[in-house]
Design a protein around this ligand. Structure first.
Ligand SMILES: [Zn+2]
Length: 183
């Protein structure tokens, strides 16, 4: 497979309508529900729906790990953070700084971005179910760029994709939007 694509990590270009919006506090009009549950920023929703349509046409199931792994409100991110991190020091674990304090990751818990710091709080990130499964991963490597997505941390987070194309949908996304426009 093209290794260059797996290394495909580019910075996010922000959609203009996110300017001045606090992460995790997107107004409803910027969010769009996703068929499988959960919500995304409307630009990311278009791109995701277009990519799912291509996957379906290719005979591959593409879905989020859960409805909570698309847009996350500040409150839900904070609740998850407080489940995983504690203020009581734990030796040898990873730490995060939040509200001016050092927080310690509980044993056996996966790391999580501090509230407001995750692309999920912008509605631009999606965690893909079973992304590391070879057939799905190879499909993603071949397709994410066409739909405006890129990874953020590889190889440790093959599931975490975020939209990086701001207000310029890729030709594949624009074609899907044109074909699915309400008439
Ligand atoms: Zn993620």
């Amino acid at each position: 497979m093209p290794k260059v694509a797996w290394d495909y990590i580019v910075p996010i270009v922000m959609p203009a309508d996110l300017k001045g919006i606090a992460p995790g506090k997107l107004p409803e009009e910027l969010l769009r529900p996703i068929k499988s549950g959960g919500k995304l920023h409307w630009r990311a929703a278009d791109a995701w729906n277009a990519m799912v349509a291509k996957a379906t046409a290719d005979g591959l199931e593409l879905k989020p790990t859960s409805s909570g792994d698309l847009y996350r409100s500040y409150a839900s991110q904070e609740a998850s953070f407080r489940q995983r991190y504690v203020l009581k020091p734990i030796a040898g674990t990873s730490t995060k700084s939040f509200e001016g304090k050092t927080w310690y990751l509980k044993k056996g818990m996966a790391m999580l971005a501090t509230p407001g710091k995750s692309n999920h709080n912008l509605g631009l990130a999606i965690d893909v179910h079973s992304a590391g499964e070879p057939k799905r991963l190879n499909w993603l490597i071949a397709n994410v760029k066409d739909f405006g997505f890129s990874w953020e941390v590889v190889p440790s987070e093959p599931w975490h994709l975020r939209l990086v194309t701001g207000d310029d949908p890729t030709p594949a996304v624009q074609a899907w939007v044109d074909a699915n426009k309400a008439v």
